[in-house]
Ligand binder design. Structure first.
Ligand SMILES: [Fe+2]
Ligand SMILES: [Fe+2]
Length: 307
């Protein structure tokens, strides 16, 4: 078969809804973009465990603690599933973790901000997991089999995360005026990072149309952001909360118009310049070092023999 015939067969399979599997022929661009995408997604899951993890000892009740622990544990499990999915494309997990720890490979902007109060845990669970599930539900329909299957399971768990966050918000809002104010304050602080969560505006990239046709990225950043806003802005208003964007409004067609955030902040944050960037990576490095003996033991090498 010529390269052209292989490409035509590959595209025909995707057009009819077939999943591409690890041993199948695939264009280099497809493999490269999927590795980058799944790697960054896996990084975000494992880094996402950190802001919420810091609140486990301070959860206000035993039940809240159990739920938060289960949620954080799920996120680490998502990272595990996703690194495994990326490995099927030919990049080792060690290489991916090394690149995360050295700052060479990115993760989501939202995990480089501090969690200041318990209400932040509610906002993260409700709105950040809410944003993630929009992205992940779409990607679960993507064309690469191992990634799509991992996402199907992840989405089931994300549905629980959203409920966990929403329940915290509702409980606080039914509490004292101070608790209500905590929720509004957390929403104000997280709003712009959440708007930026979907990434910069769609660029007229030379590859965008091809990658969409190949089912690598079924919807653009702007389309996903709009879907999130249409779903959550009415719910936020329904609860009596306000958003820190005076120009935000919904037009007759249901489209949400909002102020464009300062994208310089986004780039600074994903490059480690966020308020918690260096600290988050330092914690991850420490935990990688401290887990070295577990990796050695699992590999069947004597722990004492390796420094
Ligand atoms: Fe997750
Ligand atoms: Fe989650």
């Amino acid at each position: 078969m010529t390269e052209q015939e292989r490409l035509e067969e590959f595209e025909a399979r995707i057009a009819q809804g077939d999943k591409i599997e690890p041993g199948d022929w695939m264009p280099d661009l497809y493999r490269k973009q999927l590795i980058r995408l799944i790697h960054q997604h896996a990084n975000s899951e494992i880094m996402g465990a950190l802001p919420e993890g810091t609140w486990i000892p301070y959860a206000p009740t035993f039940k809240r603690k159990l739920a938060l622990m289960a949620k954080v544990q799920d996120e680490v499990g998502h990272a595990q599933l996703l690194y495994r999915a990326a490995e099927t494309l030919g990049k080792s997990r060690e290489a991916m973790v090394e690149e995360l720890l050295s700052g060479q490979s990115k993760y989501s902007n939202v995990f480089n901000y501090p969690c200041e109060t318990w209400a932040d845990i509610g906002i993260i669970g409700w709105l950040i997991d809410g944003a993630a599930i929009i992205n992940q539900t779409l990607m679960a329909e993507g064309s690469y089999g191992p990634y799509a299957r991992a996402l199907k399971r992840i989405c089931l768990e994300e549905a629980f995360h959203i409920k966990q966050g929403y329940d915290i918000i509702i409980t606080l809002m039914n509490g004292t005026p101070q608790q209500w104010a905590m929720v509004q304050d957390a929403l104000n602080r997280w709003w712009w990072p959440i708007i930026m969560f979907f990434g910069p505006h769609d660029k007229a990239s030379v590859h965008t149309a091809t990658l969409q046709r190949w089912g690598v990225k079924p919807k653009t950043n702007d389309e996903q952001r709009q879907e999130f806003l249409r779903k959550f802005v009415p719910k936020i208003w329904e609860l009596g909360l306000t958003l820190p964007d005076p120009d935000l409004h919904i037009d007759e067609a249901g489209e949400v118009h909002f102020t464009d955030p300062d994208w310089a902040i986004f780039y600074a944050v994903i490059n480690g310049g966020g308020p918690m960037g260096p600290e988050r990576l330092a914690v991850r490095r420490l935990s990688y070092q401290e887990g070295a003996w577990v990796r050695r033991a699992l590999a069947g090498r004597p722990v004492a023999a390796v420094a």
